[in-house]
Write a protein that binds this ligand. Sequence first.
Ligand code: URA
Length: 239
Amino acid sequence: MSERAVRQRLQSLELAGVTCLPKTQGYSEGHAERQIDSASVRERADGSNHADQLLQVLREEVAGCQKCPQLASSRTQTVFGAGSAHARLCFFGEAPGADEDASGIPFVGRAGQLLTKIIEACTLSREEVYILNVLKCRPPENRRPLPEEVENCRSFFEHQLKIVQPEYICCLGASAAHALLETTDSIGSLRKKWFEYQGSRVMCTYHPSYLLRNPSAKRDVWEDMKRLMEAMEIQLPAR
Ligand code: URA
């Protein structure tokens, strides 16, 4: 192997998350390569599965949560989160509705379908972002989460965000923005600004349910998405 090829190989191993290589005993090029290969595969498997495994453990903990007696008794199931454990971008909503309670998947009802369209208009997919809510249980009659319910769920969403470590978080509506940023400012005044949360850049926009009631606000959300995509250096097709 030439020096240049070795350098390139080491760089690609580093990108794959390999931090050390096994010592080889006695030199045989094929043997050394096989050792590097198996180390790289093992490390990549561990590295890329680790966040998924941590999310799975947390998902199981959430599924057994009984901290809010009313929600725990009325829910069909908890709604944990969906998407990539390595997402650059998280969408943070309020709480599951009837469709989410029935399916166990966030944002699948009418508001969810609109969110999916927004994600796709940004040239992304639901699979490559991560979607979560403040509350993991459906509040009865879709009422707003109570402050004590938000506090009971805080360690869950904080832990989810710590595992995913997104570069960007988009808060959908006031409940999400207030829970994450610990503010009571209106969503109107939080829009068009950047915030910081545990190393992630945070922006706020209207909740898709609000857009279903007020379609004229879609224009504002699209402006917010364009700002977000520009920050993420994701090029949007000309419209
Ligand atoms: N609204 C939310 O905030 N979250 C969902 O999952 C569905 C609707």
